[in-house]
Design a protein around this ligand. Structure first.
Ligand SMILES: [Zn+2]
Ligand SMILES: [Zn+2]
Length: 85
């Protein structure tokens, strides 16, 4: 049995790097709490396939065996061009 390749996230916070899979959250203020204070960042659009590259460590599954991939933190993808977001 092989793990399915995950869908890449749709948005990423420019400040804390939090990702979202909800398109409603894109373009809005980041919802992540940082030590009790809400993150001041905005979730940038990263919905295009070109924004992401599949994690070479786990092949896009987000897993290495039974544990989450440490390289991509279980996301299965990494931003292709973080500086362009
Ligand atoms: Zn954030
Ligand atoms: Zn990975």
């Amino acid at each position: 049995m092989t793990d399915a390749i995950k869908q890449h996230p749709l948005g990423v916070c420019k400040v804390c790097g939090a990702i979202t899979y909800r398109k409603e959250a894109v373009g809005k203020r980041c919802e992540r709490d940082r030590r009790g204070a809400r993150c001041s960042g905005t979730v940038a659009v990263a919905s295009r396939d070109a924004c992401w590259k599949r994690c070479t460590s786990c092949g896009g599954t987000g897993k290495q065996g039974d544990t989450p991939c440490t390289y991509c933190r279980g996301i299965g993808w990494s931003l292709a061009k973080p500086w362009s977001i």
